[in-house]
Design a protein around this ligand. Structure first.
Ligand code: MN
Length: 252
């Protein structure tokens, strides 16, 4: 059996359930599965985020008392939903196929409008952000090889937290702080304005995002008002290090 057939078998074996877990909508997964029935068709494995907003991976109250339920609900159903909707509008107006992965679009975002840039970035950033968090844990920190890698690049976990927190606190106005893998598998910390991110060809920091923190006021203002530093300090107890680790494994 050649590799292509082997991959095809593995792929079909995983079925709709596996693809939905991997982030595809049920209809997209069903469409890909049905295409597998045509034996001579070459199968392209799905890769990346779609333009659709996925369900939040936990209830609105799950991140209490770090992020309150009302903030989560408004953030997800209003702000993030608007990025997805406006991305689809921009894609339609600028002839971008609706099955394009958001990641590939971000890599050539300089070719499109500011509406595309803001909303493709906003959609990607939020879809990732929800998964980068989980219910609060005491002593929450990375483990295994990722923990060693963070120590290697930043001296210690505490030093990493301090540098990342400074990047988040120091972002003037709205934007994001990032831990990302730069070329050469180097872990770096940086920040981007607005809804930009390190996948964008126009970004001054470039690489694969591992962890992002939304420091727009809409992410914290109801509970923290002007105290961005308190939001950042509390946020460390809800970072989903298992998800960050999975992104790191994919990136290297
Ligand atoms: Mn946001």
């Amino acid at each position: 059996m050649n590799n292509q057939n082997l991959n095809r078998r593995k792929f079909i074996g995983s079925g709709i359930k596996g693809m939905v877990v991997a982030g595809l909508s049920v209809s997209a997964a069903a469409e890909i599965l049905s295409s597998c029935n045509t034996s001579k068709k070459i199968i392209t494995l799905p890769k990346g985020l779609s333009f659709d907003q996925k369900p939040l991976p936990y209830p609105y109250h799950a991140l209490e008392d770090v992020i309150d339920s009302q903030t989560m609900e408004i953030h997800y159903t209003k702000h993030a939903a608007a990025y997805s909707k406006n991305l689809k509008e921009a894609a339609s107006a600028e002839n971008v196929a609706s099955n394009t992965s958001v990641e590939s679009l971000l890599g050539r975002i300089s070719k499109y409008s500011m509406k595309m840039r803001n909303n493709a970035g906003g959609h990607y950033n939020h879809e990732m952000f929800w998964n980068m968090m989980r219910p609060k844990r005491q002593g929450n920190m990375p483990s295994g090889e990722l923990a060693l890698e963070i120590e290697k690049h930043f001296g210690s976990f505490e030093s990493f937290k301090l540098q990342f927190s400074n990047a988040a606190a120091g972002r003037f106005g709205s934007g994001w702080a990032w831990l990302y893998v730069a070329p050469g598998n180097v872990l770096k910390i940086g920040s981007t304005p607005n809804q930009d991110n390190p996948l964008m060809d126009i970004s001054t920091i470039k690489g694969s995002p591992l962890l992002g923190l939304d420091v727009w006021e809409h992410a914290y203002y109801l509970k923290y008002q002007n105290k961005r530093a308190d939001y950042i300090a509390n946020w460390w107890s809800i970072v989903n290090w298992d998800f960050v680790n999975s992104l790191w494994q994919k990136a290297i």
